[in-house]
Structures are given as structure tokens and as C-alpha cells.
Design a protein around this ligand. Structure first.
Ligand SMILES: CC(C)(COP(=O)(O)OP(=O)(O)OC[C@H]1O[C@@H](n2cnc3c(N)ncnc32)[C@H](O)[C@@H]1OP(=O)(O)O)[C@@H](O)C(=O)NCCC(=O)NCCS
Length: 167
């Protein structure tokens, strides 16, 4: 997959140190880097993609299993190297991720983030209001991947257990 002058591929084991460095640099603390390691260790990571320029990792996105009334994942974390921002790399990672997840049979993706940004990709805060979890509120959004409606529009949902450390 080529986009924004990066190549997007599945994260491999040999990417892990570089992914940790990217996440530690992109966020105020190492909490997101630790989250990714815990999601892997728990077997809750469903899909992780890296965007590469030349031989370096320029961006990262992870999707982990959630408990929900349908097959759902949570998008987190998403990060792009500071010197490569505003070039569509995050957008390319989100687009690739959503099409991979659709192919895997995932029915919906939840995210906690800025609606002004994520609405570009079809994430909808209004559609998430019925789903209760610790992140419920104006920044909690859902992106449906099914062609038709989701089987239900409300009920409890929960992120993978590694997220508890962030609360
Ligand atoms: C957020 C982030 C992943 C965006 O990566 P990117 O590759 O620069 O994103 P894109 O090029 O696809 O999109 C850039 C657009 O997003 C907007 N944007 C970036 N961060 C944003 C934020 N936190 N809230 C709202 N909009 C944001 C930019 O203003 C830009 O808007 P424009 O297209 O109208 O000019 C990157 O800035 C980053 O790694 N930040 C630090 C980690 C982080 O906050 N992750 C988000 C967790 S939800």
C-alpha cells in the first residue's frame, strides 16, 4: 500500500523498538508505548500498521479487541513522527486500517479523539452516544463498517484490559 510517499504494512516484531520510540516521542508520557506492549502481551491487538518512509517508521496505528454487542475494535494509539505531520500519513493509516478491518469482518471501530478530525473518516459521535464505557462523552465516536445498520445502537462496551492503566 503506497500513500503520502509512505508504504503501509503490518507491524512486524522487528519494528517494535522503533514503534516504542515513535510513541514515546509523540505523546507526553510513555503510557501509549506501554499500552501497545500490554495489548500485544494480552493477545488483544487485532491489527497494527506502520507507515514507512525510506527505511524509517513515520507513523503507527493500532486497533484492539473490544467487548461490544457486535464485533468491534478500538483505535488507539495513532501517531505520526513530528517531521512528517500534515502530509496525510495519519489519514492513510486510518484508511488502510478501516479497509483491513472490514475485510477481517469487524463491524465497527470506536475511537476517543477530536470529532473535527475523525469525522473525515466517517466516525460519528452522535451514533456512539448509546454505547456506554469509561470514555463515553463528546469525544467518543463510532465508525460502522457494515453495509447495513449495526444490530444494536446501545449497550455497554469495553476496551481491552490494558486500557485500564490509562484511566
Ligand atoms: C494526530 C496525528 C496522528 C496526525 O497525524 P498527521 O499525519 O499529521 O495527520 P494528517 O496529515 O492525516 O491530517 C492532518 C490534519 O489533522 C489535523 N489535526 C492534527 N492533529 C489534530 C488533533 N489533535 N485534533 C484535530 N485535528 C488535528 C491537522 O490540523 C490537519 O488538518 P488539515 O488537513 O485541515 O490541515 C499527529 O499529529 C500526531 O502524531 N500527534 C501526536 C499524537 C496524537 O495526538 N495522536 C492522536 C491520538 S487520537
Amino acid at each position: 500500500m503506497m500513500s503520502a510517499s509512505v508504504t503501509i504494512s503490518y507491524e512486524s516484531e522487528s519494528d517494535r523498538d522503533e514503534v516504542r520510540a515513535l510513541l514515546t516521542a509523540a505523546f507526553p508520557t510513555s503510557a501509549e508505548a506501554d499500552l501497545v506492549e500490554n495489548l500485544r502481551a494480552d493477545g488483544d491487538m487485532l491489527l497494527a500498521l506502520v507507515a514507512r518512509d525510506a527505511s524509517r517508521i513515520a507513523g503507527y496505528i493500532a486497533f484492539s479487541q473490544m467487548r461490544a454487542p457486535f464485533v468491534a475494535v478500538g483505535l488507539a494509539p495513532l501517531a505520526v513522527r513530528a517531521d512528517r505531520r500534515n502530509q496525510g500519513i495519519a489519514a492513510a493509516l486510518i484508511d488502510s486500517g478501516l479497509s483491513e478491518l472490514h475485510a477481517l469482518g469487524v463491524e465497527a471501530v470506536f475511537v476517543l479523539g477530536d470529532p473535527a478530525y475523525y469525522s473525515r473518516f466517517g466516525f460519528d459521535a452522535g451514533a456512539a452516544t448509546g454505547f456506554e464505557c469509561v470514555y463515553s462523552g463528546p469525544y467518543f465516536m463510532i465508525r460502522k463498517l457494515t453495509l447495513g445498520r449495526l444490530p444494536v445502537t446501545s449497550g455497554p462496551v469495553a476496551y481491552a484490559k490494558a486500557f485500564a492503566a490509562l484511566e
